[in-house]
Structure formats: structure tokens, C-alpha cells
Write a protein that binds this ligand. Sequence first.
Ligand code: G1P
Length: 292
Amino acid sequence: MAQRVRKAVLPVAGLGTRFLPATKAMAKEMLTVVDRPLIQYAVEECLAAGIEEFVFVTGRNKGAIEDHFDHAYELETTLAQRGNKRVELKQAEQATIKPGNAIFTRQQKPLGLGHAVWCARHWIGREPFAVLLPDELMVSSPTCTAQLVAAHEKTGGNVVAVMNVPREQTKSYGIVAIKTEKDGLAEMTGIVEKPKPDEAPSTLAWIGRSILMPEVFDHLDRHEVGAGGEIQLTEAMAKLIGTQPFHAMRYTGGRYDCGNRLGFLEANVAVALGRKDTASETRALLERLLKG
Ligand code: G1P
């Protein structure tokens, strides 16, 4: 039986240069989609998948993330005293992580995503774990991570979420090679970091969600520098293929790449249109704006 996935690694050390000047003094993961920061969506996605322990791999200027998931004593006390602020109080309380369930560790040098995940190794130990890149916002029920956990329970090994991208975009992603696919799950034969369109083994891109086995750390331990001069997570994944079960899961839900401005804007509109409390007002607002 597959070991239960209890822990998630959230790499949040990136500088967010595509969002300057917004990210000059603020973590890009604190950028807000409708009413909550991006990082909260990733944490909620994990909680919905039964994952309750988090390792945040941070950098300088990321202190707000730690504060966000703490109790905000002054705020919550004030809201509680006001009596008519129950909804707001609940919203503030909801954005906390259980005591002792979050670790914040720094990636001291920007050596790549593989290195960032490696920084979490002592807190993960020898058990399967989820990796979520919070720039990518996923909207689906069950959540993308819950679907991966279910696939891991079936296959007992590594599972990464993939989606088809236009061929000219393969150079922005880890691209997988697969063999026979059944019910949206395919055995993987390879993964290549950011291949040129004419060299890509497929157009199936890893979209920043995965369940990985702890053996990935054995490869990351070697600190091998790969594509783009960085220590790549996908290249450590590639080394596991053939040594243990490794599958790609085709994800069909909503995906918004909040690492760029347009994707972030789209996420805001899509989430607002998808939520009962904001849908009709957002639709009316868009219609009004589009009429000009
Ligand atoms: C990273 C990974 C890449 C993956 C992508 C998903 O790239 O290296 O394999 O496909 O995230 O968003 P980045 O976007 O950090 O350059």
C-alpha cells in the first residue's frame, strides 16, 4: 500500500521580477487573487488533499508569508470585540496553519528549483511528499493535488500533473515523454527541462504540481547543474524514471499561470466569475467595461 502523503514543499524564494515594482518590497506569493494571496490557494489545495504539514522554502523579503499563516492577535481580538464582524473574523482565522505544522527555511542562494526543494530534505525525511509551485493557480474539484494523491495511492510512486501546451511554448516548461496512457494516467519515459520546440519529446508540460518519492533527494544531493545553469528538479526526476513507478497525470481543471501579468489578471477574473459571492457583479462589471 502506498504511504500516505502528509507533507508539502512550497518553493517561494523567487524574486518575482516580472511583477516589479509590486514585488520590490513584497513577496510575489502575497499578490492577491480576489481576496486571498496566491500562497493561500496553494495551502488550501493541500488541505483539501489531506496534507497538513508544510515546508516553505523562502528567501529574503518573504516574512509576510510566515505572518500570513500565523494568528493575527490584535486583528482577531479587535474583530471579536466588535460583535458584528464574525464573517471577517472567520476569514482571518481561516488563513492559519495548525501550530507546529509549518516550517520556514531559506534557500540562501538562487541555485534553481531542484536546489530549493533539496533545502526541504530534512523536514521531509523518507516519505512521499507534494511539491506545489504557488505561481500556478489551479481551480478544480477535487483539487489538482488531491487528484495526484489519489493517483499516487493507485501507483505507489511519483506522479506529476501535465497539460498540453502549444509547441512553441515547450521552452518554458519541463516536457514529459510518455508511453501508454490509461484513464488520464501515463507511464513516463522521460522529462526534459525547457526543450526547444523541435527537440521536445511531446507537448505535455509539467505544470508545477507533483507527488515525489524521497529518493529524489538522493539525486538532488549531488547538486548537478543542468539546463539554464541551474540545479533542476525535473532533471532529478528524470533520474528516478525506470527505477520506481513514475506517472504523468493529465490535469483537466482550470490553470492560471500567475507568474506573468496576463495570467494573473485572468486568474482574478476567472476566480471572481467562479465564486457565488462575486460572479454576477463581476459579469456585470465586465460587460460594462467591454461596452466602453
Ligand atoms: C518551473 C520548472 C518547469 C515547470 C514550470 C511549471 O519552471 O522548472 O519544469 O514546467 O516551473 O510552471 P519556471 O516557470 O520556474 O521557469
